[in-house]
Ligand binder design. Structure first.
Ligand code: BG6
Length: 460
């Protein structure tokens, strides 16, 4: 593959942050171990804190482990090779001059290379940073070398601010250069939704209002916002998880078949679905805040930020009219899971008395699986029915490891494949679903109900 041979510099802005340590560096190392990074690649960390290359390498070394390379004898060699390719540059995000210096370093270490810049920085400094990058001429495409910018959510706070941000970024980078990450799209089971739906003749004919009673998408985390409250309190769970991860999952579950497997065509269908989705209705929405949230030193005493939400969305099109899409997301709950459940309508008339409805449970995490529940006769002399699973567990079925979402997505940026990245129109359509409700939250017209840490959420 051509991309493996072209020299590439990867620059992470926000190199001291959590995302870099927990996700980006391990993902890059894993790609490196699998031979999927360009042969000549260099990783540059950029952040405000002063650090030498050696100190940065120590930090990187602490974040990568044998987990990414099971053979310990090979692992040490791989780690040391990888670290040799790591550099650090400190600077201010709003200083064009500092980015010019970074550019000079990139040119010294690896001239005429492709450039991938990952903005792993807080939203408040997105634009300033993008301006400085552009001002320093860092992301201009020259000759055969490409230059791509990866942006992490949140992309704005509501429809309006998101549009402003998109337009402002659009003046600095072309849309083709811009990769908006929603890491849920990199998750194996989420990627599988298209194949499951459109690559199996048995599902598509029943994937509609005639056969499906409801769709439930659940995101539940056991931990609260410990260590991230400063960020979280400004956004809340609707912006943090629903506007992006859950609505993307819903779009893939409910959209029409794209005319081909191509980034623009997939985005087109997702956009249509999101545009057909009604905005969150305050009557069918419950928000909550877990007890103890306000005790976090980074949370203001009077915060009304929601850490839980459940809502009921409707889709106004022929396929889904009348089918509720129940979305719920929460922190500090009793379980850790993300799953999609399709509940099918009961048989029109049961000659077996009471029998269960069929369901399909698509488990995104943990323990990725797809489970179809069907009614089966309990073996024995009586005629008794039981709802049993036809279950496909990823870890039993496939030998291959399930890659981390960021591995897949970073690889796609290197390949120039934008299919799993968020495009402008779908972003705006998703914001329109949540913005009216968020305005009510901001105006304190709705307040979160308290719920106990580790519970199932507030009463509803
Ligand atoms: C992030 C949110 O986008 O996704 C976090 O900001 C959330 O609040 C995380 O915890 C969940 O990701 P994952 O991959 O652990 O399900």
């Amino acid at each position: 593959m051509q991309y493996l041979d072209s020299p590439t510099n990867i620059v992470i802005l926000g190199a001291s942050g959590d995302l870099t340590r927990k996700k980006l560096v391990p993902a890059l190392f894993s790609l490196y171990c699998d031979g999927l990074l360009p042969r000549e690649f260099h990783l540059f960390g950029f952040a405000r804190s002063r650090k030498s290359d050696r100190e940065f390498r120590t930090m990187v070394g602490e974040t990568i482990t044998t987990r990414h390379q099971p053979d310990p004898s090979v692992c040490d060699i791989r780690i040391s090779e990888f670290l040799q390719r790591c550099y650090y540059h400190s600077g201010q995000y709003d200083s064009t001059d500092d980015f010019r210096k970074l550019r000079k370093r990139l040119d010294d270490v690896a001239p005429r290379s492709n450039l991938l810049v990952f903005l792993a920085i807080p939203p408040s400094i997105f634009l300033k940073t993008a301006n400085s990058l552009r001002g320093a001429g860092l992301v201009e495409e020259s000759g055969a070398a490409w230059s791509r910018v990866v942006v992490e959510k949140p992309f704005g706070r509501d429809t309006e601010s998101s549009l402003e941000l998109t337009n402002a970024m659009g003046k600095l980078f072309s849309e083709a250069q811009t990769y908006r990450i929603d890491h849920y799209l990199g998750k194996e089971v989420i990627q599988n939704l298209l194949l499951l739906r459109f690559g199996n003749q048995i599902f598509e004919p029943i994937w509609n209002r005639n056969h499906i009673e409801s769709v439930t998408i659940t995101f539940s985390e056991k931990i609260g916002v410990e260590g991230r409250a400063g960020y979280f309190d400004q956004f809340g769970i609707i912006r943090d998880v629903v506007q992006n991860h859950l609505l993307q999952a819903m779009a893939l579950v409910a959209m029409e078949q794209p005319i081909r497997m191509d980034a623009a065509e997939i985005a087109e269908e997702k956009t249509k679905l999101l545009r057909a989705t009604c905005p969150m209705d305050p009557v069918s929405t419950v928000t909550g805040q877990y007890e103890g949230y306000l005790a976090d030193p980074d949370v203001p005493d009077n915060s009304v930020t929601e850490t839980f939400v459940c809502t009921n969305l409707c889709v106004n099109n022929a396929r889904w009219h009348g089918v509720p899409f129940y979305l719920s997301a929460g922190k500090a709950l009793d379980t850790q899971k993300t799953e999609i459940i399709l509940r099918f309508r009961p048989v029109p008339f049961s000659i077996f008395g009471d029998i269960a409805e069929n369901t399909m449970v698509i488990r995104v995490q943990p323990n990725e699986s797809i489970e179809l529940r069907v009614n089966n006769k309990v073996p024995g002399v009586q005629f008794q029915s039981s709802s049993v699973p036809l279950n496909m567990l990823y870890h039993e079925e496939f030998d291959a490891k399930v890659p981390e979402a960021y591995e897949r997505l970073l690889l796609d940026v290197l390949r120039g494949d934008r299919s799993l990245f968020i495009q402008r129109r779908e972003l705006s359509a998703a914001w329109q679903i949540v913005t009216p409700f968020l305005k009510l939250v901001e105006e304190k017209m709705v307040r979160p109900k308290q719920y106990a840490y580790g519970s199932t959420g507030p009463k509803r």
